[in-house]
Design a protein around this ligand. Structure first.
Ligand SMILES: [Zn+2]
Length: 253
């Protein structure tokens, strides 16, 4: 079965090391799991990565979408019900290229699947197992209404989960979509930083970035990083097509 990263201790340790101000004290009770995910390595002759892009809410970064279509680069897109409602044109593009795009469940309203603390990264969490279930099922229902294929992967709003949530997601028949390389840190980084992080991907990485922030510079770095990887001979696989594995890791160390 899946091994899960229990990274709260490592994060607290990292914060204590990085912040002598005692900021970490407020997070001493924080506990969450942040699963890692890798795909099978392709080998030095044909390294491969899985590009996963979150469509949380907001709009569509056409710089990224157009690059993927023009370069025939497959990707797994995690969509929320909220994003689907507002991005009919982009959805049509995604659905017009089923050979490139796998659509998976990112929830109904972009709510973290956490029931034992009030916020995560500033987002109000679901707060109860019932709310977590409603968020997951609501996302699936929105996808069904949009006539996409039935999702098999779930990723919540922060890629962090309470223990209850992991169990619930599995019980609902999903696999939990972790990642191994955070390319854009929530679309918050400058373009050169994103490009550098993406370009440093290793064989077998599952990359996470965002496709819903067209006004931020991070997307420019996503485009350049993707093209750099392509030029280096990387193959892009989708989660549904790849053999993947979850490995334990220590966040922040
Ligand atoms: Zn998101």
């Amino acid at each position: 079965m899946a091994k899960i990263v229990r990274s709260a201790f490592a994060v607290i340790t990292a914060l204590l090391l990085a912040s002598p101000t005692g900021f970490a004290a407020a997070n001493e009770q924080a506990h969450f799991v942040e699963p890692k995910l890798y795909v099978t390595k392709g080998g030095t002759a044909a390294p491969q990565v899985a590009l996963t892009l979150d469509a949380c809410s907001g709009q569509t970064d056409l710089r990224i979408l157009n690059t993927l279509v023009e370069n025939r680069i497959p990707a797994t897109i995690f969509v929320t019900g909220r994003w689907l409602r507002r991005n009919a044109e982009a959805l049509a593009v995604l659905k017009a290229h089923p050979d490139l795009f796998e659509l998976e469940n990112h929830g109904l309203n972009h709510v973290p699947a956490i029931d034992d603390q009030p916020t995560m990264f500033g987002l109000k969490t679901a707060g109860s197992p019932e709310a977590i279930r409603a968020e997951i099922q609501g996302g699936a229902d929105a996808m069904q209404a949009a006539h996409t294929l039935k999702p098999i992967w779930y990723r919540d709003a922060t890629a962090r989960y309470s223990d209850d949530a992991i169990a619930l997601i599995h019980a609902m028949g999903y696999r939990v979509a972790g990642y191994s390389l955070n390319a854009d840190m929530g679309a918050s980084l400058m373009a050169p930083q994103v490009e550098k992080r993406l370009s440093a991907a290793k064989d077998g990485d599952v990359i996470i970035a965002h496709i819903n922030q067209p006004s931020r510079v991070a997307g420019e770095g996503v485009v350049k990083g993707i093209l750099n990887l392509k030029q280096k001979g990387f193959r892009f696989v989708r989660l549904e097509d790849a053999q993947e594995s979850e490995k334990p890791s220590q966040s922040g160390v």
